[in-house]
Design a protein around this ligand. Sequence first.
Ligand SMILES: [Fe+2]
Length: 455
Amino acid sequence: MSNNSDNIFDDLDDLDKVDDHYAEHLAELDESKDVLSSNDIVNTKGVLLCKKGMHINKNTAEKLVQHKLSQPLENNIMLSDSIDAAMLLEKLHQQLDTYQDCRTIHDKMAFEMLTKKTFMFTRLNPAIIQKLTVINEQMPEQLDKAVFCAWLSLLIAVEMGLDKDTRQQVYLAGLLHDMGFVHLSPDILNKKGALTPEEWRAIQSHVVIGKLLLEQYNDIPREVSQAVLEHHERCDGSGYPANKNDTTLGLIGQIVGVADSIYAIRTKQFERHGRNMYDLLPYLQMNSKTHFYDVYKALNSILKFSGLKLTLPQHANISEQAKNLFVRSQALNHAVSALHQCNILDMADELSSNKDRSLYKISTHVMSMSNESGLVGEDLHTWLKQLASDPDPQAAAELNEIELMLNELHWQLKNASRACDESLDKSEASAQTQFKLREAYNTVSLSLGELEEKV
Ligand SMILES: [Fe+2]
């Protein structure tokens, strides 16, 4: 049933086919700062759409998106107060001031000089500067992420002993990996609440759009656009857009992929609980096969060298924590068991089409992760139960590690559940297989929903 195509976005092979929303972002930005046309903007038939010196406001944007332009829009735009290399470096320093654990790593690795040189001397062409400026104004968190990923990716590259040219490519890929977002619809990007499967597909297309955009520029090495395309791919084939595996993936995309995941954990999950980068170790252990092993090894040694320590929750009540983890581990195990019971592992052939392969890979990824982490099974439950009734202060560090691992398993199950919602509607599998999968993922969703209500 599988076809020859390897990529769910194979139809998106040219920028002309992109449903481009960049003009809308410019129009939104024009409400707060001047966004003007630097030349007459014409379509491919020579029809004048916007005269030189005009504001790119909502009306103009609406007109522009209906036409195929004679040149990329960014070639004809003038922005006031563009971002520059010094501002990117300043943004990094602000983050290092906010995240003292990152500052500790930065200082311990004596990373300032190389960071400064790389940030200041890597040339960014005017079109890229313009897009980074729009991202900074429209979605500042995205620029924070870009700067963090550029920094962490570079740090990993240095620890891996990569040469100067490759390090520079790693920096650029880290900085530009999500540039495709600025061409997606603001309505989808700003949507509150759950996205529909079509909206998820649009979000996922950012990797292909990013690659196509960067390929237009002669000064961007091929390795960088390839890394942008691959930063959501995973070694076991559970990523997107092409479910590639470690035999076909490039190194830089994997470095950036790790940095990207870590930004989300550091800023969203750890921030709320006062955790630090050293708490990533259990996450890395669980994901040691998700990305290239050498990337994990490098990050592991950076964290161990940093002198940081695992965070112990303040005023931890061992008994309460053990009880809480018992409830969580039972619910997550129930969810994983549902996947085992529907025999997904026997569905490999039936779920081999482009439309189904992703769900198969993501499901088996979460199943093997839960097995290998030791989070499945009676031993853990018995131990947690014992601790709940007879709390042992010596167990605090171990409990903390288990909490971090359960967080990761929880996130992976949520991701798998979302992948199921996204793919089953267009599945090519038999009705019986689809039914079994739906049943299993209903159980997963119910378990996660009940758990989220309880804790
Ligand atoms: Fe991304």
